[in-house]
Structures are given as C-alpha cells and as structure tokens.
Design a protein around this ligand. Sequence first.
Ligand code: 13P
Ligand code: SF4
Length: 315
Amino acid sequence: MMALKEKIEALKRQRNAVILAHYYTEGDVQDVADFVGDSLALSQKAATTDADVILFAGVHFMGETAKILSPQKKVLMPDMAAGCSLADSCRAEDFAAFIAAHPGHTVISYVNTTAEVKALTDIVCTSSNAVQIVESLPKDEPIIFGPDRNLGNYIKNITGRENMLIWDGACHVHEEFSLEKILELKKEYPQAKVLTHPECKRPIILVSDYVGSTAGLLKYATEDTSTDTYIVVTEPGVLHQMKKAAPGKTFIPAPPMDSTCGCNNCSFMKLVTLRKMADALERMEPEIVIPEEVRAKAEKSIRRMLDISKKLGFI
Ligand code: 13P
Ligand code: SF4
C-alpha cells in the first residue's frame, strides 16, 4: 500500500497531474487525492486547475464533466467501467424525444448524466444547488427536470413549482435504503440525527433531520452540536471524511433493504483502487474523449450552473 502511494505521488509530479476524488471512493483513494469533494466542488476544481492532467477518482460522468470544462487537459479514469445507474437511467435519445414532446420548457439536468444529455440541457445542477437553480427561474417557468425522480420531487415539494415535469430515473444505491431499518436504528439510538442525500425516496426524506449533498451532510455532521450520533443515509464512503473531521462523534451508515453486510456501497465508485490509479498515471490511459460538438454544448449548460452558483455564493 505504502509503495503504491509513493508510486502515485512520484507519477503525479512527473505528469504534473492533479488527483480529484469523490467522497464515495474508498478511504485510501481519498487519502492520496489533492482534493476530495462533492460533484459541485469537483467540477469547479476541474474548471480551475492548472495541472496538465486530471486523474479523476470517481465515476464516468464526473470525468466527463472535468473534460467538458478543461478540454485542453488530459482526463484519466482509473476504471472506465465505473459508471452510474442514475446516468444510465436517462439515454440521450430518449431524453431528446421527451424534450421534443414538451416544447417551451427549460431543461435542468442533474450532473449525474452523460455529456450527450448535458448537451440537450439548458442548466446543469448538483444536489448542492438544485433548489437554488430552480428558484433562480421565474415562478411560472415550465421546467423539465431529469434524471432523478427523487431529487426532482424533493425540489418540487420545497419550491412548490407546479410546472415541473420530472424524468423517471433513479440511483440504485439511494433507492435501496430501508425506511423500516432506519426507524429501527432510530429506536436503538434515540439521540441520533438522520442525515440524508436527496436522491433517497420521500418517506426517508420525511424522517430526516437534514437533507443535503455529500458536502452538505459532511458540513452538518461536523458543525452540529445538538448530538454526537448520526445515521447517515447515503453511500458510506462519505463516513471517511466525517470520522476525520469529527473523531469524537459516532456515524452509523444506514443499511439497505436486503443486506448481509449492512452496507450500501456504490459498486461503481468502489471500482476505483490505488493500483488502477497508479496504472492510469503510468500508462496515461484510459482517457476521457468527447466529440467537440457535444462537449461545447454541454459546457454551456455547466457554465450556466457555475455562473448561477457563483452569483448565489455557493462557490
Ligand atoms: P453529490 O453531488 O452530493 O456529491 O452526489 C453525487 C452522487 O453521485 C450522489 O449519488
Ligand atoms: Fe451514480 Fe448512485 Fe453511484 Fe452516485 S451512488 S455514482 S448516483 S450509482
């Protein structure tokens, strides 16, 4: 492990590379990264880094977002098979047909989408800024929101938007959490607060004390002084930074419906390993490649998100 970490460090210097990692990756992967963050912060880092190479320790759509924002840089992925069930639930050709069937709508897409879907989109959003991006539009503006139905319904409930059509997609990890098991945990730990990602289903949102992006959950868990125990309802990789930031507190990963191990890993994120990171830096592949026509269109929708986020003080 130590030798691998040293190899990654040496290759990183040699290639003038920066390593960006999402909170859902393994702890040892997060520990070698130059920056660990949620989707919004990672996209902003990708847009501003002066490295020649970005090694993206995350899933495919995150690497694509980095390439869209930094086309002159080489964006390497440790494993090209690290996909996303939510992005897969919205194929570009189907989404294009949906948009064509509902003309006159502003299209807002969650960042968990392919570059092709982003190219069909007016404004991208992440779970950090989705509510505010929707609220930045006039109250009666017709909106298409995709692809996450749970996040879409969460936003619709908070903003009271009537004119919002929601794509019927979901993330298999967040859909699998069990309300019953969370309620059992609450009985066992009555002092615990429930911290939930908005990709979860509504009944779980309703029993939660705080709902937010991975960065939001981490911030809340670190700053909250009302208790020292938290049931965390999202991919358990985020617990690595929670434990580091608040070592005296107890973090309990929420279990999925059917589980023998009690954990609810995103198998795509867990494909990222130190070995594959070292190999990618050594071979300078696999690399994200996006046709320029698609990239340029997708960039517009991501830049609109970054501009709105900057204006609202998110980044
Ligand atoms: P965040 O934007 O909160 O980092 O979430 C990304 C993700 O893939 C959630 O499943
Ligand atoms: Fe995609 Fe779900 Fe994994 Fe996030 S947790 S990367 S939404 S499959």
